[in-house]
Design a binder for this molecule. Structure first.
Ligand SMILES: [Zn+2]
Length: 123
């Protein structure tokens, strides 16, 4: 079980800077995380300037995460940590029945999960 990538964020959680932790906590409590698929487990973060794909403990499609891979610091982004807070506190939403490939395509081509937003903000 130690190979589970989620353990990476678990191990780092005590050593990330306070400001980073504050932003992660803020994101986690914001109700902006939406689970769009359980298997594979895929989440969307509905951001102010763009929506991001988040894979628990592993990946986020935001610019900050990409920057951390190349220029550091090697914490990833606050969305990956924020998702853990959201799940722990039960502050997330879930939509079912979406075409995952379409959602991913929307985020990578338009920067917005249009089909997710349509459901969240019209129901
Ligand atoms: Zn991110």
């Amino acid at each position: 079980m130690k190979e589970d990538p989620r353990d990476i964020s678990e191990a780092l959680s005590g050593s990330i800077p306070g400001e980073f932790e504050r932003r992660a906590r803020e994101a986690g409590l914001s109700w902006r995380f939406v689970r769009v698929s359980r298997d594979p487990e895929v989440w969307i973060y509905l951001g102010e300037s763009g929506d991001y794909i988040v894979i628990p403990g592993l990946y986020c499609s935001c610019p900050r995460f990409q920057l951390s891979l190349t220029a550091g610091p090697p914490y990833g982004c606050h969305h990956v940590y924020g998702l853990r807070v959201a799940v722990k506190e039960g502050r997330y939403r879930e939509v079912e029945g979406l075409d995952l490939a379409q959602v991913v395509h929307e985020v990578f081509t338009m920067g917005r999960a249009v089909s997710v937003r349509r459901i969240i903000f019209t129901s």
